[in-house]
Design a protein around this ligand. Sequence first.
Ligand SMILES: Cc1cc2nc3c(=O)[nH]c(=O)nc-3n(C[C@H](O)[C@H](O)[C@H](O)COP(=O)(O)OP(=O)(O)OC[C@H]3O[C@@H](n4cnc5c(N)ncnc54)[C@H](O)[C@@H]3O)c2cc1C
Length: 384
Amino acid sequence: MDFELNKTQKDIQKAVRDFTKGEFDKDLALELEKNHEFPKKIWQKAGEIGLIGVHFPEEYSGQGLGSLEDILVIEELCRGDSTIGSAVALSSFASELVLHYGTDEMKENFLPQVAEGKMLSAGAFTEPDHGSDITFMNTTAVKDGDEWVVNGVKTFITNGGLAGFYSVMCQTDPDAKPTYRGISLILVEADREGVSTMDVGNKMGIHMMSTTEVALKDVRVPLSNLIGEEGKGFYHVLHFFDESRIQVAAQALGIAQGAYDRAMDYVKKREQFGKKIAQFQVTQHKLADMATKLELSRLITYKAAWNFDQGRIDPKLTSMAKMYAARSAVEIADEAIQLLGGYGYMTEYEVERFYRDAKITEIYEGTKEIQKNTIASAIIGKLK
Ligand SMILES: Cc1cc2nc3c(=O)[nH]c(=O)nc-3n(C[C@H](O)[C@H](O)[C@H](O)COP(=O)(O)OP(=O)(O)OC[C@H]3O[C@@H](n4cnc5c(N)ncnc54)[C@H](O)[C@@H]3O)c2cc1C
């Protein structure tokens, strides 16, 4: 057993740290957050210096590295700034579906653009009537000659309206039993006729990311836009969750670390009753609890990524990492606000934003209750 990061991994961490120190600016973050604006220039720079899609092969403008290196990048981005970091980290959301199941042509057409910070990607699974339960889709894709005709409405789609393409879960066989065996993944380019998006409305956090409804009305795409195998879309997405849930765990870990850093800095400066507040034992205990949660989140998130890179698929471990890191992030950011007192509640001191940004990690890519279902079914097994 070896808990040390190797030289490449440490170099990546340092490169992202240097990038966030140089490019992330508190005033800019507050401005972008206020305007609900995607951090376009920072995302483009991140792409230019190779911080997006480090786990893509080099032929698709990646670095040919693994999930562990990918999540090290995500952690550091979100540590630098919870909102800018999340937006940059999720700029390539769901592009792994194309990476693992797409045709060579799809990979060539889309992955380099995503990795180079020229195109955003999106995964469209959720529908108004199908959130946690994606075993049946109301969105349909029907073959007509050499095309698919896609109809339906997706909701809560990250990067909606900005993305260059959507990986869409569609029911291609409505009579399949069980229903999930009739689901396929179809790549829909954003500029196809019949694709329209609408913002879902104000949200609690991650204000720099767009979250939209995506309506697909008689959208025609070639049959070759099928991602993976027909009828296997549900399984492809479950496999994707084994990787993406670790990414969300890393997002949570980075946000938690960022909130902790800011709280630590503050308690060493702020004085009350003639002492630094870091001298009160109750403050020290809070910091000890926060540091312990961070350590555990990091251990399980890195382990899940390392495991994935070994080719071992363990949804239980992935769900544990996402559930634990996400809960810890909410708790750590909450405690960070408390440690800053009234200032913690103020936008300018950032930690309230970290707290709002942390919460989504308990909801998307499967809620914490869904993670518990996955863990429970793995540890209990089939009951006779
Ligand atoms: C900001 C944001 C961005 C998102 N981005 C994307 C995206 O890019 N692509 C995409 O496809 N989706 C996206 N989503 C959707 C997200 O994945 C879903 O919101 C989430 O999976 C939950 O689905 P739901 O909202 O329909 O809640 P529901 O499924 O209706 O759940 C409501 C509550 O019931 C609980 N529940 C449901 N089923 C069970 C069960 N079997 N056992 C125990 N409890 C259960 C849930 O845990 C939850 O607490 C995003 C959502 C948000 C808010």
